[in-house]
Design a protein around this ligand. Structure first.
Ligand SMILES: Cc1cc2nc3c(=O)[nH]c(=O)nc-3n(C[C@H](O)[C@H](O)[C@H](O)COP(=O)(O)O)c2cc1C
Length: 191
């Protein structure tokens, strides 16, 4: 049997066009990841989008020692908010952190690690995030290309189940939703 790649869900093209409007600005790759902490309260922070793993799955990188890693170990459901200001558009992506089998995870972490710049890698050479600052602790500015993949480099692969767009350009504003469960059919909503 021949395997055909899954077609792209319709929101992928809209998201790409909105990101294109940001040009080369790094902000086009910044998104906000919301998680639920173990005490049931919300957490949100900015992360860099690291690429599409599948038509409806994206990759983020973080530190396995960080608070969000613990949140996700307790609750795999996430929401991502991706604001593309030049397109005056907000995309909200809901899904679950997907666990990869150890071999795949190893390969994918290695691939992402090699794609980082020396300064991009550096933060994984820093001490445990979120704990009190210790005088004299090392904070390298760069890690070389041949640096081994740190154990605490955590790949977050988010498998998306729902995407919602709010576009402020037209009057009235345009809001719609797509759900994986309905084959990503577009559902227009009141803004
Ligand atoms: C523009 C920007 C990009 C960031 N990118 C990442 C990233 O890709 N991965 C990451 O773990 N933290 C990134 N951070 C830091 C996070 O926002 C956050 O402060 C850190 O991961 C600790 O979060 P936590 O304590 O909720 O786990 C970025 C921060 C900013 C301002």
């Amino acid at each position: 049997m021949t395997a055909f790649p899954d077609p792209l869900p319709p929101w992928r093209d809209l998201l790409r066009r909105a990101r294109d409007r940001e040009g080369r600005a790094p902000q086009g790759r910044w998104l906000q990841l919301a998680t639920v902490a173990r005490d049931g309260t919300p957490r949100v922070r900015t992360l860099v989008f690291r690429g599409w793993a599948r038509p409806a799955a994206l990759d983020l990188l973080t530190d396995g020692r960080s608070g969000k890693a613990d949140d996700l170990a307790g609750q795999a459901a996430v929401e991502v908010c991706w604001l593309l200001p030049r397109a005056r558009s907000q995309f909200r992506l809901r899904g679950q952190r997907q666990r990869l089998d150890p071999e795949r995870d190893h390969k994918e972490r290695e691939r992402h690690w090699r794609a980082l710049s020396p300064s991009g890698r550096a933060v994984w050479g820093w001490p445990t995030p979120g704990v009190p600052l210790q005088a004299g602790a090392p904070f390298p500015a760069e890690l070389p290309d041949d640096a081994p993949v740190p154990e605490h480099l955590l790949l977050l692969r988010l498998a998306l189940e729902q995407v919602e767009l709010l576009d402020l350009r037209p009057h009235p504003h345009h809001r719609c939703r797509w759900r994986a469960a309905t084959g990503w059919q577009e559902e227009p909503l009141n803004p």
